[in-house]
Write a protein of this length. Structure first.
Length: 231
């Protein structure tokens, strides 16, 4: 166990149900592959970040587990049918029981996240008890939450979780540290997110998937509807 034994937790639901909001751009039969491509980008960034003790992927999907094992990730299956909040809370309980010093929760749909961003987030995180959060680009969601100890603050996810998480941390006597990081903050959940992501032209697995599947032109066909990726 390291002095700061912080583990990343990435919950991933069944890929057959992934990214249904992107239906107007990504056909049903291709959405599982796109979800796996984004997951690979996230796990690649985590595996190269400085300061993590390990990676957990919470899933019951065998295709997700196959990708996760390529990055030496542990597989947690507790509460995977109970939704994002239930999965993260179960992981927090398990890591706390194991005596880990912290948990970094990240979604699997932030392909622009970088090892440097994750390393910086870990560096800024204070000693326990501590709570560090990266909001989504629209400042509604919580795209990364780092908690020490892992179960110090109960996390609750949804479309509007950022400010509720701040209030919850304070209610447990912890002043949250807010860190804004452009790659981590940009999740791909809606068609406008995907159009903007495609126009960035990143060297990610997700971008390669769009290009190879012939979806780039479809993704950017409404270039006027463009969300800004923070810088």
């Amino acid at each position: 166990m390291t002095a700061r034994d912080i583990w990343a937790v990435v919950p991933v639901k069944q890929t057959q149900r992934a990214k249904q909001r992107l239906a107007e751009i990504v056909p049903t039969e291709l959405r599982p592959q796109f979800a796996l491509a984004m997951l690979e980008d996230v796990l690649s960034a985590l595996s190269r970040a400085k300061g993590l003790a390990g990676i957990v992927v919470a899933t019951t999907d065998p295709l997700v587990a196959q990708v996760a094992r390529r990055f030496d990730a542990r597989i947690f299956t507790e509460e995977c049918d109970g939704g994002h909040t239930a999965v993260v809370r179960a992981a927090a309980r398990r890591l706390a029981k194991e005596g880990r010093s912290g948990m970094l929760q990240l979604p699997s749909d932030i392909p622009l996240a970088t090892p440097d961003e994750i390393s910086l987030l870990l560096l800024k995180h204070q000693n326990a008890p501590a709570f560090t959060i990266v909001p989504s680009h629209d400042e509604y969601g919580s795209n990364a939450v780092l908690v020490s100890p892992p179960d110090a603050v109960p996390l609750t996810f949804g479309d509007d979780s950022f400010f509720p998480h701040l209030r919850t941390a304070r209610s447990f006597g912890i002043e949250p540290l807010i860190v804004r990081l452009p790659g981590i903050s940009y999740d791909i959940d809606h068609p406008i997110d995907l159009r903007t992501f495609a126009q960035v032209g990143s060297s990610t697995h997700a971008q390669s998937f769009l290009d190879n599947a012939g979806l780039y032109d479809v993704a950017v066909s409404r270039a006027g509807m463009r969300a800004k990726i923070p810088s």
